[in-house]
Every structure is written in structure tokens, then in C-alpha cells.
Design a protein around this ligand. Sequence first.
Ligand code: SF4
Ligand code: SF4
Length: 460
Amino acid sequence: MDRNIPENSGKPDLLDVYFFRNLVKNRFFKPSLNFIILIFLSVIVYSGLKSEPDLRFPGSNPFATTMIWDLWHPLLAFTVILFGRLWCFACPIGAVGDWVQSVFSFNKKYPEKYRNLWIAVVLFLFIFAAERHLFMFTRNPVSTAYLLLFFTALAVVMGIVYEKRSFCRYICPIGLVLGIFSMLSAIELRCKSRKTCHDHDIKECIVGAEAGKPCPVDEFPQTMERNNTCIMCMECVKSCSKENIRLSPRIPGADIIHSRKKYLPEAYLIHGMIVIFLFVMGMERFEFRNTIIGFVRSTLPIDSITFLQLYWRNMWAIIIFALITLGAIGLMYVSARASFHGTQPKNKFIELSYAFIPLSLSVYLAENTFRLLKGIFFITAETGALFGKVWGFAINFETINQLQLVFLTLGFLFTIWAGYLISKRRSRNRKEILQGIIAVDFAAVVYLIIGFKILTLPII
Ligand code: SF4
Ligand code: SF4
């Protein structure tokens, strides 16, 4: 057994609170929850398909777009710090893939060369890049419904072809983002005692047992050191006859400091999300948007063909997103390279990039603030209407702007702190610690300046 790995036993366990362990072990609880949410998802899809394809058209129904883009998506962003990937426990899309798989599957192994997160990263960037000019998900109930159907179909096909939850592990963009941000979360699922795992001759969490399936994402509780991959399905809670799994509160952000598992696609997306969501918030500001649109129009070869304009803009959206993401990666890479003479800058870049997760989450929250308020006001107004009351609230852009600046500043401060802690933990001497701090601080200050520049522009 690795002596460097500390024992975890003795930590408080939320599964011991009242009947919680029995509840998650109950074989009907999770499928029932998945099924109820699946019905709700079907209503959203049905409503989206029946609506006009643009919320600006008369007769359009905002139910699907409001539920997905103004409530579900912002709520995930705002609750990930508390609950990590707990949404994955309830997710009906993964569950449908699972149900189909339990009836029929070729059970192939997912190809080795694709066992990384690049496909999920590209899907995430593509969805947000194509959002504005091609699919317009946030204001198009029909394309929102098709997006949900697309991911459900993908989960089903992958469930049929491949074993376990390959879709959740390697493809789902929401799983990817929740995985990265769950490194900050205030809960963790781990084994209680690594010695118990080590001494256990039949590792039921891996091979499965009558009470529970083998871990669907190939995690092994004895060696788990970060939240990213675990989809909180609770199968190991059911299968472990030693009752050796715990769900514990902890200091938020523990994984980004302590985990040694750090990967290039995640590092790439951490920076990508900062610049992309700053750019998206820029497009909500008159001056910034006019500059970008003016530039894109100036490159259009023929002025008068509408469909060409649409695809031309979309092409530029993808190019701009790819370029600003690469620019952000380049900034951090150059910063790491300049700071660490002689050591491997690529590894340092990956390692230190995890310090930017707080900044990445803060920008993500800032971008979702407006949507969440919009969604809550919509629900409030609809509930009021049910009782014949007028419960209308107007969105105050000034307050939202200030909230966005607060998020950005807090994210910046946590990133500086995380950069210091990661450098301290991973460096061999004071010089290396200082190099790490300089690399993180330099890139973080550049992001902060760009963020403040964009967020202080007058909003639309
Ligand atoms: S079944 Fe339980 S005790 Fe055994 S290895 Fe898995 S988590 Fe550890
Ligand atoms: S079996 Fe356990 S470790 Fe594996 S995904 Fe489910 S909850 Fe996480």
C-alpha cells in the first residue's frame, strides 16, 4: 500500500445522516428519480418541438428555453460548488443509456485512443460557438429540443455499443464541466479506509455484487483523489459489503491543490471557459458587439445574401472561439515557460492551469447570473398568474453588472491563492515556488484586466 496516501477514516459521513444511506441503497430510489425527471424532460422536448423556432415570433413558447437555459444550466453552475456532480445521480439522459444497455448491448470496450476528454471539450466549445448564429439555442425552443434529443440518442447508441457509461465518461460536455468544477466542491465521495480496501479480497466496487453494479466509470475508491470522474451513481455504496464508502463535507477546492491527476484537455478547457464566457458577456455589450460585428461584416465577400451572412458569422464565431482559446492557452504556456527555465513547461502549464478553476467558475457564474434571474422571475410570474396575482420583477442590469464584477474579483483572488498553494505543494525549493506564483499571477492579472474592461462597458 502507498504509504504516501493518508488514511481517510474518521471523516464525517453524510450517508449516516438519518436514513440517507438506506435511501441511496434502495434499488427503486434512483430509477424512480431518473424516471420522474425523464418525464419532465419529455415535456420540455415536446413543448420545444411544438413551439415556433424563435422566441421573437408570435406564438412561440418559451417553456423549453427557460427551463434549460435560464434554470437548469445556471442552477448547475451555481450549485456545483456545494454538490459537485450530484446532478449526474438524477440525470435522465445517462439513465436512459443505462436502461437500454441493461436490455441490449454489444459491451465493447471504448477505444483506447479516444479515452480522453478532447471530444467533450470540442463539443462544449462548438455548442457555445455555434449558439449565437447557427442554432441560437437560448432563444430557439426547437433547436433546444433537438439538442436534448441528440444527446439522449448519443447516450443510447453508446450504451448499446460500448460497456458501462462511456457517454458520461468521455462525451458529455456537461459532465466534463461539472467534473472540472466539482474539484472545488464542498463534498467528496471516497472510501473510509484505504487499508480496508487494500485488504478486501473481493473488490465489489470494481467487479460488482448482487446489491450493486461495478463502477460504471472505472473509478476505484481506494485510489480516488479527485471528484472529476465519479458520477455519484452510488453503485459502490450499494455493492461494498464493508460499508466503506463515505460522502463527506470538506474544504472547497481540496482537489485542485492535492490531486496529482491533471490532464491537458482539462487545462485547455479551464482557460477556454474564461475567455469564451468573457467574450459572450462582451457580446451583450453594445460597443464590444458592434466592433466584432463590424469586423465580421467587413470580411463578407458578398453583402446581400442572408444565408451566406448567417454561415459566415457562424464560421467567424468558431474561428474567434478557437483563436481566443488558443491565445489564452498560449498566454499561460508562455508564462509557465518564462518562469520555469529548464523544467518541463508543458507539465508546469498543466499543473498550474488548475489554479484557474476558481476564475473559470466565477466567469461562468457571471455569465449565468442574468439567465438565472430571468428564469426565477419567469417562474415567479407564472406562479403568480396561477393565483391571479401579478408577481412581475424587472431585471436591473446595473445590479447584474456589479454582481459580475464581484464574481470576477473573487475568482481572481481565489486563483491567486490556489496558484500559491499549488506552487508550494509541487515545488522543490523557494525559487520554484516563486516561479509558479509569477506564472499564475501574470496570466490571472491579464484575465482580470480584460474582464474588467469588458464588464465595465455599458450593457445593452
Ligand atoms: S468493495 Fe468496498 S472495501 Fe472493497 S475495495 Fe471496494 S470500496 Fe474498498
Ligand atoms: S460506483 Fe462509486 S465511484 Fe463509481 S461513479 Fe458510482 S459513486 Fe462514483
